[in-house]
Design a protein around this ligand. Structure first.
Ligand SMILES: Nc1ncnc2c1ncn2[C@@H]1O[C@H](COP(=O)(O)OP(=O)(O)OP(=O)(O)O)[C@@H](O)[C@H]1O
Ligand SMILES: [Mg+2]
Length: 582
């Protein structure tokens, strides 16, 4: 789905307008610098002659300079929000056929009079045939040859199809190892019903995919197409280089928003890096959206390189800020340190609760977003609902290349400087606590601690539970918390959930927790007293009953004695009366 991140919007609104140009104006804009090239999907030769002026191609601007591209915008002053609205209204209808997998999709193809066609009848987006998403959807959609759009229906294709594309490619779908099995079964079942183990051998497309996976996996090598990156994005600048790849700040030509695009440095097909790259994509795709995890938009293979399109964090990484701080001899103050710890804990809580661990928490993998002031009530609503952080800075966990499953771990050790000892010892029973360990050291660095060792005596000293020296005065409780987070016994370290409620980080929450605890103690006491009271009452009743019982017993004994006496005498009585009777 298209989305419009609020970040960076102010400075790109004019750029955005190039792409958000009112579609009614398109026919008249012959000198529109962003020329789009129409071609149909599957029926090119016949349709090409019909409307030559409809031809649109997302080729790069004539000038590669962003400035010129910006100047050429036909709607330079359009506010971003308005543009988003125009875009949303215009994209809603035509996005759905490519994204929905319901049977209604095929129905909509065969009804040219539906709002889909009225809204944007000239334009139909075709995704690249090589993205995992589109490959997946191909399996769920009828083939264009049988139930495709009517003739003359035009498609905007952002990436040309590979010539070699054939029906067999439709079954090339990766299985995401981080998806729950139950979900996978539902996904591959045409009716959305779960399948039993035996049923998985049925002959429907889903089971075929499942069976063919080991041999027909979608790999990076499978892609050799014209650069989608160049076609779809305008590169603004290189913003970072890491172990795995280079990261570029780009504008997506279609939606006019800024993204961070990460491209692997080395060719990946067949290498161990390929698995790492895929792991990052799998993790992102499964995690979805959380305010404290860098948002993922798309990924694809290009020229044997993995390309990942992520949310652009306008404050760069925490490492970038630490380097700046080091130059200036500054460090984060206590309040900000707590904010980092709290927000990253929230992201970790989300990751851990999803059954995953990050395993590479460190300053260069924590990203910063400065919230831009957005005028109008809609913006206010969003900032209220997202979180309660006052400073307008949001910290997000990124770089999911080392993510693994908690229950079925395939551990690829992260940076040794942040590595917990138990991971080095290959003890994986407390994996989430390794993230907590790394987070404590990350905060220590932000607090001004010197660079961490890769190995040696100091490395071991830290793993014995000693926080590296911090050159600023921090409250004892805070230092104690950091110490607990690097406890040699991982079981002793607090969980991410516990951190999000910790009184040091959330004093108000701490007060509530304290009161709750007091209440629980009192409740316990009351329950105990109630139990004792019940027992006492029971004992009392029993005693009473006993006393009553013995009294009755005595009474009955006495009466029975008397009776027996009377019975003896009775006879005589009776005989007496009997005698009297005669
Ligand atoms: N989403 C983003 N927003 C802004 N800047 C980013 C983003 N992603 C990456 N960067 C920049 O690019 C740098 C490298 O990114 P990233 O961590 O993803 O690459 P990497 O190759 O995995 O690096 P490493 O292995 O060293 O962690 C970051 O330190 C940061 O400066
Ligand atoms: Mg990184």
């Amino acid at each position: 789905m298209l989305s419009f991140p609020l970040t960076e919007q102010a400075n790109i609104s004019s750029t955005c307008s190039v792409l958000c140009a009112n579609m009614d104006d398109w026919d008249n804009s012959n000198d529109f610098i962003q020329r789009l090239d129409f071609s149909s999907c599957g029926e090119e030769s016949e349709d090409r002659s019909v409307n030559e002026e409809d031809s649109l191609s997302l080729s790069p601007p004539r000038s590669s300079e962003f400035q010129k591209w910006q100047e050429s915008s036909p709607l330079p002053g359009t506010p971003q929000r308005k543009l988003s609205e125009i875009f949303l209204s215009r994209t809603k209808a035509w996005m759905s056929p490519t994204l929905k997998s319901s049977p209604s999709v095929s129905k909509s193809w065969s009804k040219p009079e539906t709002p889909l066609h009225i809204t944007w009848k000239k334009l139909q987006l075709c995704d690249t045939p090589h993205t995992p998403k589109s490959l997946l959807s191909k399996t769920a959609f009828p083939s264009p040859a049988t139930k495709g759009p009517p003739k003359g229906f035009r498609h905007l294709r952002l990436t040309p199809r590979a010539d070699s594309e054939d029906s067999s490619q439709a079954s090339l779908v990766n299985i995401n190892p981080f998806t729950p099995e139950s979900y996978r079964q539902m996904l591959f079942h045409p009716n959305g019903k779960r399948k039993t183990r035996g049923e998985l051998n049925d002959h429907h497309p889903g089971s075929q995919i499942k069976q063919e996976l080991p041999t027909k996996r979608y790999t990076l090598k499978a892609s050799n197409m014209v650069s989608r990156y160049k076609k779809e994005f305008l590169e603004l600048e290189k913003i970072g280089v890491g172990e795995f790849g280079s990261v570029y700040k780009c504008i997506k030509r279609l939606d006019g928003c800024v993204y961070a695009i990460k491209r692997s440095k080395r060719p990946l097909a067949g290498s161990s890096d390929e698995q790492l790259a895929l792991r990052e994509v799998y993790a992102h795709a499964v995690l979805g959206h959380h305010p404290h995890v860098v948002r993922y938009y798309s990924a694809w293979a290009e020229d044997n390189h993995m390309i990942i399109q992520n949310e652009h964090c306008n404050g760069g990484s925490l490492q970038d800020v630490l380097l700046e701080n080091a130059k200036l001899g500054q460090y984060f103050p206590e309040r900000e340190l707590k904010e980092i710890l709290l927000q990253v804990s929230m992201g970790l809580k989300y990751i851990h609760n999803s059954g995953l661990v990050h395993l590479d928490i460190k300053p260069s993998n924590i990203f910063i977003c400065h919230k831009l002031a957005v005028s109008g009530s809609a913006g206010q609503e969003e900032s209220d609902s997202e979180d309660e952080f006052s400073a307008g800075v949001v910290y997000k966990i990124g770089d999911l290349g080392h993510v693994t499953s908690i229950t079925n771990p395939q551990v690829e050790e992260g940076d040794r400087r942040f590595l917990a000892n138990e991971i080095l010892q290959e003890q994986y029973c407390y994996l989430p606590k390794a993230d907590i360990f790394a987070l404590a050291l990350t905060v220590a660095l932000a607090a001004g601690a010197a660079a961490l060792p890769h190995n040696g005596a100091l490395w071991h000293h830290i793993r014995k539970g000693n926080v590296p020296h911090i050159p600023q005065k921090l409250p004892h409780s805070f230092l104690e918390l950091l110490k607990l987070m690097i406890h040699p016994d991982p079981a002793q370290r607090p969980s991410a959930t516990a951190l999000t409620k910790h009184p040091v980080l959330r004093p108000s929450c701490g007060k509530a927790v304290q009161l709750q605890e007091q209440l629980n103690v009192e409740k316990c006491k009351t329950a105990m007293l109630e139990r004792e009271l019940k027992a006492a009452r029971l004992a009392q009743t029993l005693m009473k009953d006993q006393a009553l019982g013995s009294a009755k017993l005595q009474e009955s004994e006495t009466s029975s004695k008397q009776k027996s006496k009377r019975l003896v005498g009775g006879k005589s009585c009776r005989s007496f009366s009997f005698t009297l009777g005669f």
